[in-house]
Design a binder for this molecule. Sequence first.
Ligand SMILES: Nc1ncnc2c1ncn2[C@@H]1O[C@H](COP(=O)(O)OP(=O)(O)OP(=O)(O)O)[C@@H](O)[C@H]1O
Ligand SMILES: [Mg+2]
Length: 452
Amino acid sequence: MVDDNVANRESLVEALSENSFLVDAVGDGREAFDACSKGRYDLVVTDLKMPRMDGMELLRHIKGSDPDALVIVITGYASVNSAVEAMKLGAFDYITKPLKPDRVMLAVERALAFARLKEENVTLKDQLQEKYDFGRMIGYSAKMKAVFDTIKKVAETDSTVIIYGESGTGKELVARALHFNSERKSGPLVTVNCGAIPEELLESEMFGHEKGAFTGAVRSRTGRFELAQGGSIFLDEIGDMSPALQVKLLRVIQERQFERIGGMKTIDADVRIIAATNQNLEKAVKERRFREDLFYRINVIPVTIPPLRERKEDIPLLVDHFVRFFSKSKKKDVEGVTEGVMDFLVRYHWPGNVRELQNVIEMLVVMKGKGVVDEGDLPEKLRQSGFKHETVPLSIQIPDEGLNMTSVIDQFERDLLVKALKKSGGVKNKAAQLLNLNRTTYVEKLKRYRIE
Ligand SMILES: Nc1ncnc2c1ncn2[C@@H]1O[C@H](COP(=O)(O)OP(=O)(O)OP(=O)(O)O)[C@@H](O)[C@H]1O
Ligand SMILES: [Mg+2]
């Protein structure tokens, strides 16, 4: 409240305070501006005619340092000109003297309601942004769009989700997108890497323990399930979990309850489970490495992220994204890659998926420093492996009477499968690698062609 007239000032402060507003009152523009630069005010109500700094100048100063600031001016003598000028300078409203507290209250309420709406609008926009941004997941291919659609549909539910995908396809990103698009987003997202933690520690890691529960348990410890209360737990590499722990996890999922090791108290698990694996869990079930009952509890909503080589349309988009990202974060000035390089990057088979692509671009950006990455910048090793598929000579003549393309392709495929097997001395892993197939696909093809 800025006014050099003490009586005016006090009557307004009184009226505003009665309506539960917190008001500071000062006598001129200079004081007001000082106060504004120190504290944070939702609204400034100022008189125009004042010593030292007048209201118009105060308005100009305030708007200069915060264009969103809300200022209401009090104009004396119903001076239309000054009211117009104040509005031009960005005042939210003006009140004419003589001052009526009701009229002031109305203007104040209106200004603050406006500010609230504006803020709501910003948060709504942020939320929208977050929804469609998917935690910076880039994807344009139909396959990735399908993944995004599934995330959108299941994020808000509390259902258990399992994410399948080769290493480096973005399983962790999907887990994050699921959590941060869910109603639990303000709760924690806690990750357990079931593959990286030694088996004997994993149980305590997941469920915690009480002091003295086992030798070495010198103090009690909160497990990840407890830390994740109200949020989500991300069980990464769940396929690597030991059989004993699988039983314990099954119980948590079924009963939504658990105890710390050596603990008497039963704890409710208010936790959404998100799991991920780069294994074929169904196969693991068949081979009795993974419990079937747990499989059905976990495999409620499967999300499969296809390997990068099966969605090559995404590569240019990802390259662009990573070039910009690393140019900025590494303070370089790389503008992009030549068509030849892009061509190569699209053709390459990316066994390490998006992570490998990301690493390659980081290296290229750092080494190049500035300008455009060209073919000479590609490391030799990558170039060789990238072009290995293009060097195969295909020399089939089409006879005059034509041929059955499907069966020719079948013959050709069978021939390749056998050649690879011979070349690798019968080691299927190696044979699959020679053909740039994953082992499962290779073995399935062998079966299909009845190759022993
Ligand atoms: N669609 C994408 N858009 C942008 N970045 C991605 C995308 N997919 C993966 N990445 C990036 O690639 C890297 C690997 O992703 P992430 O760690 O999620 O893979 P992962 O499937 O969990 O791999 P692993 O099985 O090896 O743990 C991360 O740095 C991630 O940010
Ligand atoms: Mg991962």
